[in-house]
Design a protein around this ligand. Structure first.
Ligand SMILES: NC(=O)c1ccc[n+]([C@@H]2O[C@H](COP(=O)([O-])OP(=O)(O)OC[C@H]3O[C@@H](n4cnc5c(N)ncnc54)[C@H](O)[C@@H]3O)[C@@H](O)[C@H]2O)c1
Length: 259
């Protein structure tokens, strides 16, 4: 088992790529604290893990509240006895607009794309250090590696996530704490709907979710959108000891979009 005896936390784990990756981590022996604003969805993931013989528990929480981060880590350590990994999967499309930008939307995106990830990381670092090392993974985006006219603010924030990952990787490398990012391209998850439904989105006006997934999927070299478990497998690798010499990396999982 690739994650035997490893304990960790996954945020935004009730749906999409977070859910798929969490199920894979648990299948490979990880004990997982499943965190999501959707408490019932998080519990459903936990039920699925337990039914397969794994160990997990759910926390329903809105991670915009930064005070929650230390509580999450404390709960995970109380349940599992230690912390080996943290996957900051939470993110948000943010505003599509530039001119006419609603700064409240900007603040929400900043909170969900960067501040909450940093808060969880700050809370996790002492526990990872106490364990003699560990692995932190962030979910960035190909939009943070190449420009998106569709979502310039999202691009900027995901580029910020990548910068944060690289800086943290260098700062904590000598303590055995690895920090990496996965950068999904277009994925067929509920979040695609949030991109289309943004009140200031004009490029996709009138498009439904399926059309959007189709359109963005067609832009990859493989000509299709990703399946949630395809990020899940990348996350599993980067969080496991198989990636022991990899830190500061930001791995596109994009069907060749950026190639
Ligand atoms: N879907 C894509 O095409 C795509 C592409 C690139 C990057 N990403 C990134 O992947 C991550 C999530 O994407 P997904 O497609 O798996 O999403 P998803 O829509 O399938 O799931 C998102 C989950 O986040 C939870 N959530 C939302 N706000 C929350 C909050 N305030 N506190 C706690 N939980 C909250 C939701 O309840 C949901 O379970 C984000 O970081 C996103 O930026 C997505």
């Amino acid at each position: 088992m690739r994650m035997k005896d490893k304990c960790g936390i996954v945020t935004a784990a009730a749906s999409g790529m977070g859910r798929a990756g969490t199920l894979l981590l648990a299948r490979e022996g990880a004990k997982v604290c499943v965190v999501d604003r959707d408490a019932a969805g998080a519990q459903a993931v936990v039920d699925e893990i337990r039914a397969a013989g794994g160990t997990a528990f759910a926390i329903g929480a809105d991670l915009r509240d930064l005070d929650i981060a230390s509580g999450l880590v404390a709960r995970a350590v109380a349940e599992f006895g230690a912390l080996d990994f943290l996957w900051n999967h939470l993110g948000h499309p943010g505003p599509a607009a530039v001119e006419g930008l609603d700064w409240n939307d900007f603040d929400l995106a900043l909170d969900l794309n960067i501040r909450s990830q940093l808060a969880s990381t700050i809370a996790a670092l002492p526990e990872l250090r106490a364990r003699g090392g560990g692995s932190i993974l962030f979910t960035a985006s190909t939009s943070g590696m190449s420009a998106s006219t569709f979502s310039p603010v999202y691009s900027g924030m995901k580029a910020g996530v990548i910068g944060l990952v690289r800086g943290l990787a260098k700062r904590y490398a000598r303590e055995g704490i690895r920090v990496n990012a996965v950068c999904p391209g277009p994925f067929d998850t509920p979040m695609a709907r949030e991109f289309v439904d943004r009140k200031d989105q004009t490029a996709t006006k009138g498009m439904d979710r399926e059309e959007l997934v189709q359109k963005f999927g067609a832009s990859t070299a493989m000509g299709r959108a990703g399946r949630p478990e395809e990020v899940g497998y990348a996350a599993l690798f980067l969080l496991s000891d198989e990636a022991s010499f990899i830190t500061g990396a930001y791995l596109p999982v994009d069907g060749g979009l950026l190639a």
